[in-house]
Design a protein around this ligand. Structure first.
Ligand code: ASP
Ligand code: MG
Length: 458
């Protein structure tokens, strides 16, 4: 029987009652599974900030360990009844927290945070979840076992903080390690380099871990549990009339994530396409008696013929680096020089739009300041000014039909114009399934509503 890989994220690990919901969901499946878990909600940020404080202040180590211990104590007390199992859980959690403590002491004594230590410490958010969940499932009579990425051989390319899974190295050992008919609980968010060092898979990377493992075991499906109703035609907090999107193609899901929908990490579908493993999205707070997914994601081909746009999404996490000068657009080599410089400063370019007098790079907002500075170092007469613009939002319409039906883009722009929304940049055709505009942040909500009304509220 093929495995199902089931992922529970930070949004399923927020409140004291959440573990019970996870346990009853696992029981619902009533079959062997590979479960991938994230850290408890907020813990990765807590560790990230904590490491920086600890570097200066060793007293903070005690505070951090105390905080984590207390949180885990609550979880043990709430969920494990048998005194012997409880004692064993305390002992194992203590052991794991000792490892965190030793790493934090290391940071304090060397007064520095080398990237391999930072990755290792941050991975403990997930390791605490996986250990606890495995122990709790066992205490409920379920045949569960924790399995760590280093023990099963989930190998990455070794890039710290943002690794990529190496499937030619990982597939066979991971499939072998997860072969038995039981419930494995794996911490998401990291793998190990060929030298055996922890490498994180990028923020929000547990989805990608789960997808990678699903590929290694050639899973029947990757089931992602959320605390919201899957993909919607728009963010329901902004557009109350938004409706659920039942099915999407891999490309549509990837673009929606890229452009701001927070359902999946944009890299999730990457490992799944080749083996055509479907993704099924569930709401842990929704009806789940028959395990009917709210949204399903599958091969692009199953969606051909379905050309209606799927969703309008937005993101504020885009900024523009505008490089001006007469002729920057036409002069050969300038774009190459600029992208090379940005790459050297580790600025990830999301998109580029050029004209004769201006080159616009879209970047993540966190990179903007560094990007502007880096360009100021470029010696190039044609460049007069490099300027960062950060109060922008990107609003995107996603769906396979967008490239096939030119009418869609026209309707999108008309809907925006009717609301007097000034669109700064329009892009169509960069992706096969997305059209997007850049608007002032203050116009974003109006823009999303206008586009939604045009396409989804007939
Ligand atoms: N805990 C990690 C993060 O917050 C990974 C994840 O949640 O997917 O980025
Ligand atoms: Mg997450």
């Amino acid at each position: 029987m093929k495995k199902i890989v089931v992922k529970f994220g930070g949004s399923n690990l927020k409140t004291r009652e959440d573990i019970q919901k996870i346990v009853s969901t696992v029981k619902l499946y009533n079959r062997p599974l590979v479960i991938v878990v994230s850290a408890f909600y907020g813990i990765t940020n807590y560790l990230t900030d904590g490491i920086r404080t600890v570097r200066r202040d060793d007293a903070y180590i005690t505070e951090m360990i105390g905080y984590l211990k207390n949180m885990k104590r609550e979880t043990i007390e709430d969920n494990i009844d048998d005194p012997d199992q409880k004692e064993e859980a305390y002992r194992l959690i203590r052991e794991r927290l000792d490892q965190v403590e030793r790493n934090l002491l290391g940071v304090h004594y060397i007064g520095d945070i080398p990237n391999f230590i930072e990755d290792r410490i941050l991975s403990y958010g997930e390791r605490l979840s996986s250990l606890l969940l495995a122990l709790i499932l066992k205490s409920k009579g379920i045949d569960a076992q924790e399995m760590l990425p280093e023990d099963m051989g989930l190998v990455t390319d070794g890039e710290f903080s943002n690794g990529t899974i190496n499937f030619s190295k990982s597939t066979a050992p991971v499939a072998k390690a997860l072969a038995e008919d039981k419930i494995y609980v794996v911490p998401g968010f990291y793998g190990i380099s060929e030298e055996g060092k922890v490498t994180l898979l990028g923020r929000g990377g547990s989805d990608y871990s789960a997808a990678g493992i699903a590929r290694c075991v050639d899973a029947e499906s990757l089931d992602i549990w959320k605390d919201v109703d899957g993909y919607m035609t728009a963010d329901p907090k902004m557009v109350p009339s938004a409706e659920r999107v039942d099915s999407l193609s891999y490309t549509e899901a990837a673009e929606l994530s890229y452009f701001g929908a927070k359902i999946l990490h944009p890299r999730t579908v990457e490992p799944l396409e080749q083996l055509q493993i479907p993704v099924r999205i569930f709401n842990i707070d929704g009806p789940k008696d028959k395990l009917t997914p709210l949204s399903s994601i599958g091969p692009d081909s199953i969606n051909t013929g379905d050309t209606a746009p799927k969703s309008v999404t937005y993101s504020d996490d885009f900024s523009i680096l505008k490089v001006n000068g007469p002729g920057v657009g036409i002069k050969p080599g300038i774009l190459a020089k600029l992208t090379e410089t940005l790459d050297r400063y580790q600025v990830n370019i999301k998109s580029v739009v050029t004209s004769q007098t201006s080159i616009n790079f879209y970047l993540e907002s966190a990179d903007l300041e560094r990007a502007v500075k880096s360009i100021q170092n470029v010696k190039e007469q044609a460049i007069i000014k490099a300027q960062g613009i950060s109060d922008m939002s990107i609003v995107s319409l996603v769906g396979t039909g967008i490239v096939h039906e030119p009418e869609a883009a026209h309707r999108m722009l008309k809907a925006l114009a009717q609301e007097d929304i000034h669109t700064q940049i329009v892009s169509l055709g960069a992706s096969d399934v997305a059209a997007y505009v850049v608007v002032k942040q203050e116009d974003k909500e109006k823009a999303v509503k206008a586009v939604h009304k045009e396409f989804f509220e007939s």
